[in-house]
Ligand binder design. Structure first.
Ligand SMILES: Cc1cc2nc3c(=O)[nH]c(=O)nc-3n(C[C@H](O)[C@H](O)[C@H](O)COP(=O)(O)OP(=O)(O)OC[C@H]3O[C@@H](n4cnc5c(N)ncnc54)[C@H](O)[C@@H]3O)c2cc1C
Length: 417
């Protein structure tokens, strides 16, 4: 058994833990980053879509992102049973990444900045003195390891071990609302549009099927669903069953996937709750462990990076000044940032979508309402929702959607399916 000390122990070398480690090490902290995986980003836990303008806004703090592979997505189509709605609004102009390449580059940057990375290292115990974690135990390929950190960073994802420890201590709640997704990186698709994200709504209540092209004749295809909305959860199908059902029943998906073959199958839980408290004594949470995501689409990479940049700098200053109180600046700065503010708005959009899903409405009307909320034809605070709910026929509701699009001058068009 060996024992080591460090300023900062980062549990989790996913996309967020590695960015945190890079920023903290670059700013002078002595960082040890551990991950239970034997290889960075393998198995990969999530998808690869990011908003283009937000991704590019990260270049200044994470310059390595400028050099990674990215495939341009110029528009997003949401298919409903009777219409297709195409958005070319900034938020729906995206990039598809090769996440394995991105995450390995981020880890390399962290190492170059001075962080120590230890793979095959599973954290399984934490002991507290008061509200501070004083000792962390891990199993490694070389045997048991005891770590004495000044600060602990839980970057260990949606099922965070570190979060469980601070929850136990502080009796706060964890995940309240969640979805899960199964995603297949597939090759040899017959894509209708190589630079368009396609979402298929209507067949799956509380979720959708999707095709996100990533160039080189590949796409991430999958199903994101919220099992919570099954009337009888025990009868509800798993995402993989939903995916195979949908790729048979949905004519656009079936045609495009007919000759395809999976290269990789990935999936997992997606936390859709409101962000948690990020600071507990000498421990902070960042990324999925802190529920930092764009809740209505379950995208966590950009919000997590924004939080990791702020947290990395805050932690480095806290170490330098030997003042744990400074950690409290991190949540405030994140909440005040553009991305933190957007994150809060997306929780509201998701809650409005949930309220529609649970209403007894015609299925076509329901999916159009959900698309209107998702694409923000109805404002994020839902102020036009009451009015929209007056339209009981799908054609009338689509006309109302067109009226809002005109009034707001949105780059969105509605066509028959
Ligand atoms: C199917 C799917 C599709 C998604 N699609 C998108 C998308 O298109 N765009 C987007 O922005 N987001 C997407 N997401 C969400 C995105 O994947 C997450 O927000 C992101 O991975 C969060 O990064 P993280 O570093 O916080 O956590 P993770 O990526 O989960 O990384 C946590 C790391 O901690 C390690 N770890 C956990 N416990 C321990 C322990 N006890 N000891 C040591 N190490 C530990 C894990 O091995 C892992 O490497 C998707 C998620 C899923 C499941």
């Amino acid at each position: 058994m060996s024992t080591i000390k460090c300023d900062v122990l980062v549990v989790g070398a996913g996309p967020i833990g590695t960015v945190f480690s890079y920023i903290a090490a670059k700013n002078g902290a002595d960082v040890l980053t551990v991950d239970r995986k034997n290889e960075i980003a393998a198995p990969l836990r999530g998808g690869e879509a990011v908003s283009k303008f937000l991704f590019e806004s990260m270049y200044e703090e994470i310059p390595v992102l400028k050099n990674v592979y990215r495939w341009p997505i110029n528009e997003t189509i949401i298919y409903n049973p009777i219409s297709k709605i195409t958005s070319r609004e900034d938020k729906w102009i995206s990039l598809m990444l090769n996440r394995k390449e991105v995450e390995k580059n981020l880890a390399q940057q962290a190492i170059n900045a001075g962080a120590q990375l230890s793979l095959g290292t599973t954290v399984h115990d934490a002991s507290f003195v008061g509200e501070n974690i004083k000792e962390v135990k891990a199993k490694t390929i070389k045997g048991d390891l005891i770590i004495h950190p000044k600060i602990v960073v839980g970057a260990d994802g949606a099922t965070s071990f570190i979060r469980k420890q601070v929850i136990k201590n502080n009796n706060i709640e964890g995940i309240k609302d969640w979805g899960c997704a199964i995603e297949i990186e597939a090759a040899n698709l017959n894509l209708d549009f190589p630079n368009t994200m396609q979402l298929f709504m209507g067949e799956i209540m509380g979720g959708y099927g999707y095709i996100f092209p990533k160039g080189n004749d590949r796409a991430d295809v999958g199903v994101g669903a919220r099992p919570y909305y099954g009337k009888n959860p025990l009868k509800y199908k798993s995402p993989i069953e939903l995916f195979y059902d949908l790729s048979e029943k949905n004519k656009e998906m079936k045609r495009q996937l007919k000759d395809s073959s999976p290269l990789e199958i990935k999936g997992g839980i997606i936390d859709l709750s409101y962000p948690l408290d990020f600071v507990h004594g000498n421990t902070i949470l960042v990324g999925d462990s802190a529920n930092q995501n764009f809740s209505y689409v379950g995208e966590g990479i950009i919000p997590g990076w924004q939080a990791a940049i702020i947290a990395g700098k805050t932690v480095a200053v806290s170490i330098e000044k030997n003042d744990l109180n400074l950690l409290k600046n991190y949540p405030k700065e994140y909440e005040d940032s553009f991305i933190g503010t957007e994150g809060r708005k997306t929780v509201k959009i998701k809650d409005n979508i949930s309220s529609i899903i649970s209403k007894d409405l015609d299925i076509d009307v329901k999916t159009i309402l959900i698309s209107m909320l998702e694409l923000e034809i109805i404002d994020w605070d839902g102020k036009e929702l009451e009015n929209a709910l007056k339209y009981k026929k799908s054609e009338e509701l689509l006309d109302y959607a067109r009226k809002l699009i005109d009034e707001k001058d949105l780059k969105i068009e509605i066509n028959p399916r």
